[in-house]
Design a protein around this ligand. Structure first.
Ligand code: LAC
Length: 227
């Protein structure tokens, strides 16, 4: 099979460029002994709510943005785990989500992929993503940021991936879509992107959609394929 030469790189944000578990240290401070469990359930519920609210969109049910469902997911996780959290602590945890740590190799990898466009396509709202880029200082190595809000639905709906094609003006196969979320890589492959799954946790490949084109164990793994 011949593959199109990559014309651009499109990155998922949460879990791919930014470590969602970097909230665990703050969660541990606010809820000693429960930080890891809270971080994990919070993220799992956040994603579940994104999928459920996309399926439920109707004239009677409007999708809430990622900032809102991130808060609702935190409230669920706090109650499920029986963690007592003051409203001030809740606000501090939500603020931590705007200041997630980028993976240590994110900057160098993004630098090395230039001059090809490097785009973020994320469930996050524009303001959540602007805060992340600003706090982490990666704004100078990302060329543009696309939020699912422009499509009115969450990943992995094809109209979300279409945003990147429309923005870049190249065919889907010429776009390398990079995600550490296996279900997101699967959605992107089903849409027609060339995909690279960052499998940091050594998980099995998702079975409900086409397999990724490339599997690497860190962002740095991209360089061997595309630098
Ligand atoms: C995002 C979620 C999938 O950034 O992590 O879109």
């Amino acid at each position: 099979m011949t593959r199109a030469t990559p014309a651009a790189f499109v990155f998922d944000a949460y879990g791919t460029l930014y470590d969602v578990q970097s909230v665990v240290a703050r969660a541990e401070m606010l809820a000693p002994g429960r930080g890891a469990a809270l971080g994990q359930l919070w993220r799992a519920k956040q994603l579940e709510y994104s999928w459920l609210s996309s399926l439920m969109i109707s004239p009677a049910f409007a999708r809430e943005d990622f900032s809102a469902i991130t808060g609702r997911a935190l409230d669920y996780a706090v109650e499920a785990l029986g963690v007592g959290l003051s409203s001030d602590a809740r606000e501090r945890l939500l603020a931590a989500y705007l200041d997630l740590a980028p993976y240590p190799d994110a900057r160098v990898v993004l630098e090395r992929l230039a001059p090809r466009p490097r785009v973020i396509l994320s469930n996050g709202t524009r303001s959540m993503l602007a805060a992340l880029l600003d706090q982490s200082g990666l704004d100078d190595v990302i060329d543009s940021v696309l939020s699912v809000d422009a499509a009115g639905i969450y990943k992995p709906h094809p109209s979300v991936y279409r945003l990147a094609v429309d923005h870049l003006g190249v065919e889907p196969a010429a776009i390398v879509f990079v995600s550490a979320n296996g279900w997101d890589a699967a959605g992107a492959k089903a849409f027609g992107f060339t995909t690279c799954w960052i499998n940091r946790a050594k998980l099995p490949i998702e079975r409900h959609a086409p397999a990724p084109d490339h599997v690497v164990d860190s962002l740095s793994g991209l360089l061997a394929q595309f630098a």
